[in-house]
Design a protein around this ligand. Structure first.
Ligand code: ADP
Length: 387
């Protein structure tokens, strides 16, 4: 099963995208819809609301009078918390039930308006954000929901900012243009990413590596690394996760593969996370458990075909653990050393462009690191660097 979090500001087109993904076969869990269902007439949810806020929040037909309830909780954080304390656990239970009843090979799309505000992003294999220009959203909300421009703007201002949404978005769908554009993007997302990602998670496969092609440094890499790290931190109960390797050094060209190092206290501890990490979309690779022939780490990849990653679980204080952090910080600090490393990488890219023999590439790189290590050590001593 693949869990996809879908969010976006009010009027951005989130429901439009959700509907399209459902047409393709996604199992849709709509948080807003569940929040309405759990307080339908005759539910224990509505009874609890009436007990807390009085019968005056009911309409004459016995259903919940939402505007009235909104007026009661609007100006009081305490009352809002009280309402949330009733509704959220009920929605949580329904969500868990729907997840439990979804098929093994389901792509579950969880439409959550407040995903960013609530920091839910790390719970999903992938987060999709739908966005549109504010003025366009105001216009659509007026046209389709009869909302006044002031009301629409006030609601938009109360939600997460574009920057906050960008930080958690693995996929960003711009819906500022015509609906057919965003629907075409949703179609491509389904076919090219969600379907293969789901299969990879279920079959414990990872994105395939191609040639060691070098890309110019991409300022998105640290953000992508942070999103993967947040997922790993959640699964491992807060282990230290560092972005390492070439994509962690600003200015360095690199293969488009994120390297992360997870700090474990022992390889036994790492083995305990093999299954939870695999389920979270980071399948364990039983091979490649050593650096230079020694059994020094556990190795995972990312099942997302749109985001290749190597995840190294290494023991705190071990030589390779320390060196991974040292090389990153040393290369970040030195322009000349970065240039020398770039030269090596470009040479490798040329030599192995067609063969793509990653073992040979690793050997060529190891040789450079061996010769560079004394210089990095000297830098660490001179600067008082600590891992
Ligand atoms: P959300 O769920 O994010 O609040 P919706 O998907 O309900 O947003 O979209 C808000 C309104 O705008 C809906 O009535 C929808 O039909 C309409 N809409 C969505 N996308 C577009 C678009 N690209 N151009 C014009 N109207 C759109």
């Amino acid at each position: 099963m693949l869990r996809v979090g879908l969010t976006g500001g009010i009027g951005s087109g989130k429901s439009t995208v959700a509907g399209r993904l459902a047409e393709h076969g996604a199992v849709l869990i709509d948080a807003d819809k569940l929040a309405r269902e759990v307080v339908q007439p005759g539910t224990p949810g509505l009874a609890a609301v009436v007990e807390a806020f009085g019968a005056e929040v009911l309409a004459p037909d016995g259903s919940l009078d939402r505007p009235k309830l909104a007026a009661v909780v609007f100006n009081s954080a305490e009352q809002r918390e009280r309402l949330n304390g009733i509704v959220h656990p009920l929605v949580g239970r329904r969500t868990a039930e729907m997840l439990a009843s979804a098929a093994d090979d389901a792509v579950v799309v969880h439409d959550v308006p407040l995903l960013v505000e609530k920091n839910y992003a790390p719970m999903y294999h992938l987060v999709v954000v739908v966005d549109a220009d504010v003025e366009e959203r105001v216009r659509r909300l007026a046209e389709t929901r009869g909302m006044s421009p002031q009301d629409a703007r006030a609601r938009i201002a109360a939600q997460a900012t574009v920057e906050q949404r960008r930080a958690v978005a693995d996929v960003w769908l711009d819906n500022s243009s015509t609906p057919d554009r965003v629907l075409a993007q949703a179609d491509a997302l389904w076919a090219d990413r969600l379907v293969p990602f789901e299969a990879n998670v279920r079959l414990r496969r990872w994105g395939r590596y191609g040639n060691p092609r070098l890309y110019d440094y991409n300022a998105e890499w640290p953000l992508q690394a942070a999103r993967l790290a947040a997922r790993i931190e959640l699964v491992t109960g807060g282990l230290r996760v560092d972005h390492i390797g070439s994509t962690a050094v600003p200015g360095l060209p690199a293969k488009d593969i994120i390297d992360l190092q997870v700090t474990v206290s022992s390889l036994d501890q790492a083995d305990g996370f093999a299954e939870p990490l695999t389920a979270a979309g980071f399948p364990v690779r039983p091979e490649n458990t050593g650096d230079r022939g020694k059994e020094t780490k556990r190795y995972h990849n990312c099942a997302d075909p749109g985001r290749l990653a190597n995840i190294h679980l290494r023991v705190e204080g071990s030589e390779d653990w320390r060196n991974a952090l040292l090389f990153r910080d040393w290369l970040r600090a030195s322009v000349e050393e970065r240039a020398s490393y770039v030269q090596l990488k470009q040479g490798i890219a040329k030599r192995f462009a067609s063969a793509g023999d990653l073992a040979e590439v690793a050997t060529a790189k190891d040789a450079w690191f061996d010769s560079a290590l004394p210089r990095a050590q000297a830098w660490a001593e001179a600067t008082g660097w600590q891992p």
